[in-house]
Ligand binder design. Sequence first.
Ligand SMILES: O=C(O)CCC(=O)CC(=O)O
Length: 268
Amino acid sequence: MPTAQLEDISLYYELTGPETGLPLVLSNSLGCTLEMWDPLLPHLPEGLRILRYDRRGHGRSGVPKPPYSMGQLVRDTEQLLDHLALERCVFLGLSIGGMVAQGLAVKRPDLLRALILSNTAARIATAEIWRDRAATARVQGLGALADATMERWFTPRFRATPEVAAWRAMFADTPLDGWTGCAQAIAGTDFYTTTAMLRLPTLGIAGDHDGSTPPDLVRETTDLVAGSEFALIHRAGHLPHVEQPADYARTVADFLARHDLHLAPNTH
Ligand SMILES: O=C(O)CCC(=O)CC(=O)O
């Protein structure tokens, strides 16, 4: 089982693709395991070296007692990349994963060649919203948040399909400590000032039906980075790579190609 024993946490990961391929790191959203990327993988260009991992408190990674901080989540990722000797990666982070991406890009620019900020923002919701959700989850379990969460994550069309059951289960099966710890980390994060200092190729991606990080919010954060690009995925919510995997993958591949990153060996 590929588990990295880091300073104070063990992280489960999967690393696939040729060793010389361009490293692409996929960083999950809250309440999801690395399997969240399964629908996207068949649509991505071949030849990429793809790292997926379960965040602290999720999936097969360690689940310490909360609170967690965004600094800790960034450090976990930094240590995982160092452990695997991956550098100059394209980092695609979705929602909380996009917050980790922003923090990592500021802290360790040597690790990243380009950023893809998907369905994320410099600040997500309010401390009060996160406190209320955590209070509900502590008393009633995460299942009590599942209906509202699926509404923010997916379009009505997708929610009417049998496929949504697996996503609801992934969310509801998240360890309560893990979800609460990461929710606290989001609540304490405001990257407006530091993200505005970033200077690397950056693509923002939003879903037109995203109820968690609506397109205007994603665009506002993306626009903080000079020279950044923005793409809107239609007929998709907070997880657009699930509802529109081909469009999403094409958007990513076109961005890589525009920046001469497409399948380029990681040698320069
Ligand atoms: O569950 C939600 O709608 C909140 C999601 C969020 O903002 C954080 C995440 O998806 O990582």
